[in-house]
Design a protein around this ligand. Structure first.
Ligand code: FES
Length: 65
């Protein structure tokens, strides 16, 4: 499923990135360009990051934009 329509970034790409190493929305912006245009995708991208992490500390990191 496409999460970021503007940049054609899928939930799979976000999940792969989030599972490779702890990441925050700013990492997705820098590395995948998620949210760099209309930014409507940021809540959904954050949900994917949270789904990938059962670690509370990583979830806290994901809230840093
Ligand atoms: Fe991601 Fe527009 S949908 S920047």
């Amino acid at each position: 499923m496409i999460v970021c329509v503007c940049n054609r970034v899928s939930d799979r790409e976000i999940r792969e990135r989030a599972q490779a190493a702890p990441c925050a929305l700013r990492d997705l912006r820098r590395e995948l360009c998620v949210g760099t245009q209309c930014a409507k995708c940021l809540p959904a991208a954050l949900d994917v990051i949270r789904e990938c992490s059962s670690d509370p500390a990583a979830t806290a990191i994901s809230q840093v934009v």
